[in-house]
Structures are given as C-alpha cells and as structure tokens.
Design a protein around this ligand. Sequence first.
Ligand code: CS2
Ligand code: MN
Length: 356
Amino acid sequence: MKMIFRWFPNGDDSVTLKDIRHIPGVSGVATALSHIPVGEVWPLEQILSLREEIAAAGLEMEVIESVNIHEDIKKGLPSRDEYISNYITTVKNLHDGGIKCICYNFMPVMDWLRTNLSQSLSDGSTVMSYHHDEVLRMDPSKMADSMLKGANCYSLPGWEPERISAMVKDIEFYKNLSPEQYFDNIRYFLDAVMPFAEEYDINFAIHPDDPPWPIFGLPKLITEVDTIRRFLSLHSSSRNGLAFCTGSLGANAANDLPAMIREFSGQGRIHFAHLRNVKHSGERDFHETAHLSQCGDLDMFEIVKALSDTGFDGYIRPDHGRMIWGETGRPGYGLYDRALGSNYLLGLWEAIRKMS
Ligand code: CS2
Ligand code: MN
C-alpha cells in the first residue's frame, strides 16, 4: 500500500509539493495535466516534465487523477472513436511516463455535486455538504455559478469550462438515453481501452458517482454493490477496477462499505482507495467531516481492516477534508485536515497490520 496525496499542478493549488513532502508516510501524489482540454492527447514531454517536478520534490507520480472521458464517449456518439483513440494514445504516453494507475469517472455532464462548499461545523471548521431538497430546487443553468463561486478561485475537478458551457443541453440529451444504453456506452469504452491497459500494465480505477443517486434524471453507474458487480463484469480484466471512494459510496447509508471492500478488493479489483468520512443528516443529505470514525458515520477502522485483510496493495489517499486553522484553498483540498487524515489512516494501517 502506498499513501499518496492529491495535488494540482501549474499553480492551481494552495498546497505545495514541499508541504506534501513534510507529511510523514506520504510517498507521492495523484495529479493530472488538468489544463489539457478533455479529449485531447496528453503529450509525453508534458507528462515527463511534471514527473520531474514532482521527483525533484522527493515524491512519486504513479497515479493520475483523472484522465477525464469526453462527453461524446459517454453519450455514445459516432465521434467517440476519435476520442477513444486519443485516450489510448494518452494511456501509452502515461505508461512511458511511469504511470501505474489511472483514475477516471463515467459521470454524465458533471462530476460531483454539493449544495454548500463551506458549511460551518460546530468546531468552527468548514466542510462541503449536500442537501437533496436544494438540488431539486436548483436551476441547472445556475448550478455551475454557485459551485464556482464557492471555489476560492481554484479550478474544481469535474467543473471544467467546456463541461459547464454544455451542461444544460447535455442534461436534456441524457433524458433520452436509458440506463441500459449508458452501460453499453461504457462497455464500448472498456472493450476498446482495456487491451491497452493490459499491454501497458496500467490499472484503471473508476470513481463512483458522487452522490450515488440520480440527479436531474441523469444515468448513474457506480452507486452500490449490484451496479459495481455489473460494471466489473463488463470486462473481466483485473485492470478494470475501482477507485473505492468511501465518501461517495458512503453517502448512501445502505451501502455496507467494509463488505463491499471485502468482496471487490478480495477479487483484486480495487486499485485506489479514497478514504474520507461523512455524516448523514437525512436519507439524501450529508456533510463531510474529519476522517476519524468518531467524527462521521463511517467506521474507518473496519474500512481499513477490510483493505488490509484482503491484501490491498494499491494506493490510498485521504479524500476531502475540512478547512481548519484559517487555511484558505480549494474546498475539500486544504493541506491541514488531509494531512491529519493521512496520518490517522496510516496509524490504523500500522496497528491493523501488526495485530494481524
Ligand atoms: C472528487 C472527484 O471525490 C473526489 O475525489 O473530488 O472529483 C474525483 O476526483 C473524480 O471524480 C475522479 O475522476
Ligand atoms: Mn473521491
């Protein structure tokens, strides 16, 4: 297992590589060439120069989060073949650049969604939260504005300008696409790309839908044990795996996360784990919390134990944290609370390993 930390290059992060290097036990970063528009090839030179910058700080770059999937692939349009071919070239270049794991998602239109990016907790910290009633009242054309307003001038992963401009039209498009067709579209993508994942020894880790239920009538893929089983069965290669995000899947209290980890990690299909905690305030309402079990509704001990018991040897990163100690930055991605979280998780990992 390697503990890594998400980091955004090109000055688009309040956290520096030097800061990350000071967190004990963190060996590398999950990062991306996020300035390249979705669908274009990532040039090898740019991958190598990012790798050098990270190596110069004493850290590894083995995980990409994310190589986003062009909307035409998700929609199943004829133009998808060209975007898939670009994707495959990017995979080859990433292999040549030493990458071992690619995280991606197949969420239509938008990536994750929250209704408040800085809700105050009783301890004075702020976190991101989600209230389903507010989403039902949301005007999709204003949604991007309200997300970006709370982003403190940093980019928000999954809320890239090219997505935002097409958002309203895209929501309409998906109204005529059945969940079956959506599964077919990801199958088409996997059939094309997985042979190259094999050839280039790269693990693919799909991120769950966040939140894991339909919004604006959009199809959802990775939400619970059944849909994950179905997704994994679309392509039997062990390279076709998961980024198991406890905060995303855990937003649905019915998901038994340790049991899911035992099943999927036991099959060698979890390549990346995003560990964070959430507190439910209603069936479809939650806010994010510090990583400790006692701060939210997820049992982080059982989650880490399930990973350890099943011989997990992929990457873990602390996911969204609180904003604390006066820090300002990209919501969820400050330094302090994620640093605390990583070391709590490393502590659990060490204790569980030594006791087993
Ligand atoms: C999110 C996502 O939960 C998370 O990690 O911040 O943006 C995530 O990075 C992507 O969905 C992965 O493709
Ligand atoms: Mn995540």
